[in-house]
Ligand binder design. Structure first.
Ligand code: SF4
Ligand code: SF4
Length: 223
Protein backbone atom coordinates (compact mmCIF):
# COMPACT_ATOMS: atom_id res chain seq x y z
CA UNK A 1 0.00 0.00 0.00
CA UNK A 2 1.43 3.35 -1.02
CA UNK A 3 1.30 6.57 0.96
CA UNK A 4 -0.60 8.78 -1.46
CA UNK A 5 -4.14 7.67 -0.74
CA UNK A 6 -6.92 9.39 1.09
CA UNK A 7 -7.27 7.14 4.12
CA UNK A 8 -10.74 8.43 4.89
CA UNK A 9 -11.99 7.30 1.49
CA UNK A 10 -10.72 3.73 1.62
CA UNK A 11 -10.55 2.96 5.34
CA UNK A 12 -12.03 3.82 8.69
CA UNK A 13 -9.34 6.51 8.87
CA UNK A 14 -7.34 4.89 11.68
CA UNK A 15 -3.78 3.62 11.70
CA UNK A 16 -3.41 0.35 13.59
CA UNK A 17 -0.45 -1.63 14.86
CA UNK A 18 -0.11 -5.36 15.43
CA UNK A 19 -1.48 -5.44 18.98
CA UNK A 20 -4.61 -3.43 18.21
CA UNK A 21 -8.03 -5.01 18.27
CA UNK A 22 -9.94 -4.37 15.05
CA UNK A 23 -13.40 -5.31 13.86
CA UNK A 24 -12.40 -8.15 11.59
CA UNK A 25 -14.00 -11.37 10.68
CA UNK A 26 -14.70 -13.74 7.88
CA UNK A 27 -17.52 -16.15 7.22
CA UNK A 28 -15.94 -17.24 3.94
CA UNK A 29 -18.82 -15.53 2.10
CA UNK A 30 -20.75 -18.77 2.74
CA UNK A 31 -18.29 -20.76 0.63
CA UNK A 32 -17.91 -18.15 -2.13
CA UNK A 33 -14.69 -16.55 -0.84
CA UNK A 34 -15.21 -13.32 -2.74
CA UNK A 35 -11.75 -11.98 -1.96
CA UNK A 36 -10.23 -14.94 -3.83
CA UNK A 37 -11.99 -13.84 -7.00
CA UNK A 38 -11.51 -10.92 -9.35
CA UNK A 39 -8.36 -9.62 -7.67
CA UNK A 40 -6.71 -9.79 -11.12
CA UNK A 41 -2.97 -9.06 -10.76
CA UNK A 42 -3.06 -7.31 -7.39
CA UNK A 43 -1.81 -10.12 -5.13
CA UNK A 44 1.87 -9.45 -5.56
CA UNK A 45 4.30 -11.89 -3.97
CA UNK A 46 7.26 -10.90 -1.85
CA UNK A 47 10.27 -13.08 -0.96
CA UNK A 48 8.62 -14.35 2.26
CA UNK A 49 5.66 -15.54 0.19
CA UNK A 50 8.06 -17.27 -2.18
CA UNK A 51 9.88 -18.87 0.78
CA UNK A 52 6.59 -20.33 2.05
CA UNK A 53 5.63 -21.61 -1.40
CA UNK A 54 9.10 -23.13 -1.90
CA UNK A 55 9.51 -24.73 1.50
CA UNK A 56 5.93 -25.32 2.61
CA UNK A 57 4.31 -26.32 -0.68
CA UNK A 58 7.30 -27.63 -2.63
CA UNK A 59 6.56 -25.13 -5.39
CA UNK A 60 9.59 -23.44 -6.97
CA UNK A 61 9.28 -20.28 -9.03
CA UNK A 62 9.83 -22.34 -12.19
CA UNK A 63 7.00 -24.73 -11.29
CA UNK A 64 4.65 -21.92 -10.31
CA UNK A 65 5.40 -20.06 -13.52
CA UNK A 66 5.27 -23.04 -15.88
CA UNK A 67 1.93 -24.14 -14.39
CA UNK A 68 0.65 -20.57 -14.78
CA UNK A 69 -0.08 -20.28 -11.08
CA UNK A 70 1.86 -17.02 -11.03
CA UNK A 71 2.66 -14.41 -13.69
CA UNK A 72 4.96 -11.43 -13.94
CA UNK A 73 3.88 -7.83 -14.39
CA UNK A 74 5.65 -4.48 -14.07
CA UNK A 75 4.89 -2.48 -10.95
CA UNK A 76 6.32 1.02 -11.47
CA UNK A 77 8.74 -0.45 -13.98
CA UNK A 78 9.90 -3.35 -11.78
CA UNK A 79 8.80 -6.88 -12.77
CA UNK A 80 7.15 -8.60 -9.81
CA UNK A 81 5.33 -11.94 -9.59
CA UNK A 82 1.67 -12.08 -8.68
CA UNK A 83 -0.97 -14.79 -8.30
CA UNK A 84 -2.31 -15.54 -11.76
CA UNK A 85 -6.07 -15.19 -11.45
CA UNK A 86 -8.03 -16.80 -14.28
CA UNK A 87 -8.99 -14.39 -17.05
CA UNK A 88 -12.06 -16.52 -17.77
CA UNK A 89 -13.48 -17.19 -14.30
CA UNK A 90 -11.72 -14.51 -12.27
CA UNK A 91 -10.63 -17.04 -9.63
CA UNK A 92 -7.31 -17.53 -7.89
CA UNK A 93 -5.45 -20.61 -9.16
CA UNK A 94 -5.31 -21.93 -5.57
CA UNK A 95 -9.03 -21.64 -4.91
CA UNK A 96 -10.73 -25.04 -4.64
CA UNK A 97 -14.26 -25.63 -5.91
CA UNK A 98 -15.51 -25.81 -2.30
CA UNK A 99 -14.26 -22.25 -1.72
CA UNK A 100 -11.23 -23.28 0.34
CA UNK A 101 -7.66 -22.18 -0.26
CA UNK A 102 -5.40 -25.04 -1.32
CA UNK A 103 -2.35 -23.35 0.24
CA UNK A 104 -4.08 -21.87 3.27
CA UNK A 105 -1.18 -22.48 5.70
CA UNK A 106 1.28 -20.93 3.25
CA UNK A 107 -0.92 -18.31 1.60
CA UNK A 108 0.65 -14.98 0.63
CA UNK A 109 0.88 -12.08 3.05
CA UNK A 110 -1.65 -9.98 1.15
CA UNK A 111 -4.21 -12.80 1.49
CA UNK A 112 -3.56 -13.00 5.23
CA UNK A 113 -4.09 -9.28 5.62
CA UNK A 114 -7.40 -8.90 3.83
CA UNK A 115 -9.47 -6.76 4.46
CA UNK A 116 -6.57 -5.01 6.19
CA UNK A 117 -3.85 -3.40 4.12
CA UNK A 118 -0.36 -2.17 4.94
CA UNK A 119 0.45 1.49 5.23
CA UNK A 120 4.09 2.60 5.33
CA UNK A 121 4.87 6.02 6.78
CA UNK A 122 8.51 7.04 7.17
CA UNK A 123 10.11 4.07 8.91
CA UNK A 124 6.90 2.71 10.39
CA UNK A 125 4.46 0.05 9.27
CA UNK A 126 0.81 0.46 10.10
CA UNK A 127 -2.31 -1.46 9.17
CA UNK A 128 -5.46 0.10 7.80
CA UNK A 129 -8.92 -1.40 7.67
CA UNK A 130 -10.30 -1.14 4.13
CA UNK A 131 -14.02 -0.51 4.28
CA UNK A 132 -15.10 -1.14 0.68
CA UNK A 133 -13.35 -4.43 -0.04
CA UNK A 134 -15.07 -7.20 1.89
CA UNK A 135 -18.70 -7.62 0.80
CA UNK A 136 -19.61 -9.73 3.83
CA UNK A 137 -17.92 -8.23 6.85
CA UNK A 138 -18.64 -9.88 10.16
CA UNK A 139 -17.39 -7.87 13.03
CA UNK A 140 -15.98 -9.55 16.09
CA UNK A 141 -12.91 -7.73 17.39
CA UNK A 142 -9.69 -9.56 16.59
CA UNK A 143 -6.10 -8.70 17.49
CA UNK A 144 -4.22 -7.97 14.28
CA UNK A 145 -1.29 -10.25 15.16
CA UNK A 146 -3.74 -13.14 15.58
CA UNK A 147 -5.48 -12.31 12.32
CA UNK A 148 -2.18 -12.48 10.44
CA UNK A 149 -1.02 -15.71 12.10
CA UNK A 150 2.63 -15.15 11.21
CA UNK A 151 5.32 -16.39 13.62
CA UNK A 152 7.97 -13.90 14.77
CA UNK A 153 5.83 -10.98 13.67
CA UNK A 154 8.43 -8.39 14.79
CA UNK A 155 10.99 -9.95 12.46
CA UNK A 156 8.42 -10.21 9.67
CA UNK A 157 7.48 -6.55 10.01
CA UNK A 158 11.16 -5.54 9.99
CA UNK A 159 11.55 -7.55 6.77
CA UNK A 160 8.47 -5.87 5.24
CA UNK A 161 9.83 -2.39 5.98
CA UNK A 162 13.20 -3.29 4.55
CA UNK A 163 11.58 -4.88 1.48
CA UNK A 164 9.29 -1.90 0.93
CA UNK A 165 12.28 0.47 1.01
CA UNK A 166 14.32 -1.74 -1.32
CA UNK A 167 11.50 -2.07 -3.86
CA UNK A 168 10.92 1.71 -3.83
CA UNK A 169 14.63 2.40 -4.39
CA UNK A 170 14.83 -0.13 -7.23
CA UNK A 171 11.69 1.27 -8.86
CA UNK A 172 13.21 4.75 -8.72
CA UNK A 173 16.49 3.48 -10.16
CA UNK A 174 14.69 1.79 -13.05
CA UNK A 175 12.53 4.82 -13.74
CA UNK A 176 15.58 7.09 -13.78
CA UNK A 177 17.74 4.74 -15.87
CA UNK A 178 18.55 5.96 -19.34
CA UNK A 179 20.08 2.77 -20.72
CA UNK A 180 18.47 -0.63 -21.21
CA UNK A 181 21.50 -2.48 -19.93
CA UNK A 182 21.07 -1.09 -16.40
CA UNK A 183 17.36 -1.89 -16.44
CA UNK A 184 17.98 -5.43 -17.68
CA UNK A 185 20.75 -6.11 -15.18
CA UNK A 186 18.79 -4.78 -12.20
CA UNK A 187 15.60 -6.60 -13.22
CA UNK A 188 17.34 -9.92 -13.91
CA UNK A 189 19.40 -9.94 -10.72
CA UNK A 190 16.41 -8.84 -8.65
CA UNK A 191 14.22 -11.66 -9.93
CA UNK A 192 16.97 -14.25 -9.73
CA UNK A 193 18.06 -13.46 -6.19
CA UNK A 194 14.69 -12.82 -4.57
CA UNK A 195 12.41 -15.22 -6.46
CA UNK A 196 13.96 -17.66 -8.93
CA UNK A 197 16.62 -19.13 -6.65
CA UNK A 198 14.74 -21.50 -4.35
CA UNK A 199 14.85 -20.77 -0.61
CA UNK A 200 16.24 -23.53 1.60
CA UNK A 201 14.14 -25.34 4.17
CA UNK A 202 17.05 -25.88 6.51
CA UNK A 203 17.46 -22.17 7.38
CA UNK A 204 15.01 -19.56 8.55
CA UNK A 205 13.84 -17.09 5.96
CA UNK A 206 15.34 -13.92 7.44
CA UNK A 207 19.07 -14.73 7.20
CA UNK A 208 18.51 -16.00 3.66
CA UNK A 209 16.80 -12.76 2.73
CA UNK A 210 19.57 -10.64 4.27
CA UNK A 211 22.22 -12.53 2.36
CA UNK A 212 20.35 -12.04 -0.93
CA UNK A 213 19.72 -8.37 -0.15
CA UNK A 214 23.46 -7.87 0.41
CA UNK A 215 24.31 -9.64 -2.86
CA UNK A 216 21.74 -7.56 -4.73
CA UNK A 217 23.02 -4.26 -3.34
CA UNK A 218 26.59 -5.25 -4.25
CA UNK A 219 25.52 -5.96 -7.83
CA UNK A 220 23.53 -2.72 -8.05
CA UNK A 221 26.40 -0.62 -6.72
CA UNK A 222 28.68 -2.09 -9.37
CA UNK A 223 26.27 -1.76 -12.29
S1 SF4 B 1 -14.56 -11.30 1.14
FE1 SF4 B 1 -14.59 -10.99 3.39
S2 SF4 B 1 -16.06 -12.48 4.23
FE2 SF4 B 1 -15.61 -13.10 2.09
S3 SF4 B 1 -13.97 -14.63 2.30
FE3 SF4 B 1 -12.98 -12.62 1.98
S4 SF4 B 1 -12.61 -11.76 4.06
FE4 SF4 B 1 -14.06 -13.47 4.25
S1 SF4 C 1 -3.93 -17.90 -2.31
FE1 SF4 C 1 -5.68 -18.72 -1.19
S2 SF4 C 1 -6.34 -17.01 0.11
FE2 SF4 C 1 -5.06 -16.13 -1.48
S3 SF4 C 1 -6.47 -15.50 -3.11
FE3 SF4 C 1 -5.75 -17.61 -3.57
S4 SF4 C 1 -7.30 -18.99 -2.71
FE4 SF4 C 1 -7.57 -16.95 -1.79
Amino acid sequence: MEHKVNLNEISDGKLYTKNDMVKLGCDGCAGKSSCCRFAEDTITLDPYDMYLLNTGEGLSFDLLYSRELIALAPVKGLLLPHLNFSKETGTCPFLETDGLCRIHGNRPGLCRLFPLARYFAEDKLYYILQIHECPNPVTPKVKIKNWLGIPNLEQYEAFLKSWHTLVSVVQEKITAATDNQTINTVTTVFLKLFYLTPYGKEDEFYPQFKERQKAFLNTCNNS
